[in-house]
Design a protein around this ligand. Structure first.
Ligand code: P6P
Length: 338
């Protein structure tokens, strides 16, 4: 029966990516190998996050676990796991992590052609209260084989080959795009495999939810204030949007991707470039939104056109349903004309 075939025809993430890569005759499986090491890192972090409350992995460094060992903070541990997994893949040459001030340059013997930018555990301040957190990553290709320098990762987001996130919540969900749409995979713990559960995700063209930290309203600029006002008091007589803000980017973006609406982390007087980091928060989420039929805007330009000058640079970001982001773009361009 079809149902049985579905159950026995397990589409794992590795099989899915292999199928996709087979479209490129020149591909030699390097990307698939790289991705399998990222998936390994996500499986490890998922286990560690789920045990965190029990093994006292959470909280400040310096705490000791039941064996009396000094526990690393979960985000430090996750970072080490991803760095080691990426280096051991033999397919990377530069790694940029939210946890490390400087980029990691892989030793020549283990060097490959990919640059990976990632936040190993975004939203980790939410661990202690059990809110969903996640890993966010983006993958660039080195332009050509030369001694890698940091400029090789200071590329616009539109040059990314792939991007994704893994959300550690009620289930462990990995959402990925390699440039041909967006697909979601859920970890089946009994198999230890990510199984395709959300094929070809498309974000609704318009949504009923806006997602922003209203606590920063005092410091917003004109267009953002006008936009949020229009969400709460629509002039066209439509019903107000609902506010949903979890404060963990992966969770807020995942809900936006599946339900529609808009996620905003605007600039404000205190932080003129907003809070979120370009390389490993703004770019990967913007890449996914465009691949799912949505869009992403910085207040000045298409987010993926931005060319970062520093690896930990920040940018304001408005991303989500196409029509909702179009509205904020209209307000910013009207402001420019004044
Ligand atoms: P705020 C978490 O600390 C984070 O980096 C993102 O995951 C999240 O979207 C944002 O910061 C929340 O920031 O200022 O609203 O608490």
């Amino acid at each position: 029966h079809a149902a049985d075939a579905h159950r026995t025809d397990l589409m794992t993430i590795t099989r899915f990516v292999l199928n996709e890569q087979s479209k490129y005759p020149e591909s030699r499986g390097d990307f698939t190998i790289l991705l399998s090491h990222i998936v390994l890192g996500c499986k490890f972090v998922c286990t560690a996050v789920n045990k965190a409350g029990l093994a006292k992995l959470l909280g400040l460094a310096g705490e000791t676990n039941v064996q009396g060992e000094d526990q690393k903070k979960l985000d430090v541990l996750s970072n080490e796991v991803f760095i080691k997994a990426l280096i051991s893949s033999g397919r990377t040459c530069i790694l940029v992590s939210e946890e490390d001030e400087e980029a990691t340059f892989v030793e020549p013997a283990k060097r490959g052609k990919y640059c990976v930018v990632f936040d190993p555990l975004d939203g980790s301040s939410n661990i202690d209260c059990g809110v969903s957190i996640g890993t966010i990553f983006g993958i660039y290709m080195m332009k050509d084989a030369h001694e890698p320098i940091v400029d090789d990762v200071l590329q616009p987001g539109k040059n990314m080959l792939a991007a994704g996130y893994c959300m550690y919540g009620s289930s462990c969900t990995l959402v990925l795009s390699t440039g041909n749409g967006v697909n979601g995979f859920t970890l089946d713990p009994s198999l230890g495999e990510f199984i395709l559960t959300h094929p070809d995700i498309k974000i609704p063209k318009k949504g009923k939810i806006y997602s922003v930290n209203e606590g920063n309203a005092k410091n917003w600029d004109g267009p953002t204030s006008k936009y949020v006002e229009s969400c709460k008091f629509p002039k066209d007589g439509s019903s107000p949007k609902s506010l949903r803000y979890i404060g963990s980017m992966v969770a807020d973006v995942h809900r936006t991707l599946l339900y529609g609406g808009i996620f905003l982390y605007p600039a404000d007087k205190k932080s003129p470039n907003g809070k979120l980091r370009v390389l490993y928060e703004v770019f990967p989420m913007s890449f996914l939104m465009e691949q799912a039929g949505g869009q992403a805007f910085t207040g000045k330009e298409r987010a993926l056109d931005l060319v970062p000058k520093k690896i930990h640079e920040r940018s304001p970001i408005f991303l989500g349903s196409y029509d909702d982001v179009e509205e904020i773009k209209r307000l910013y361009s009207a402001e420019e004309k004044n």
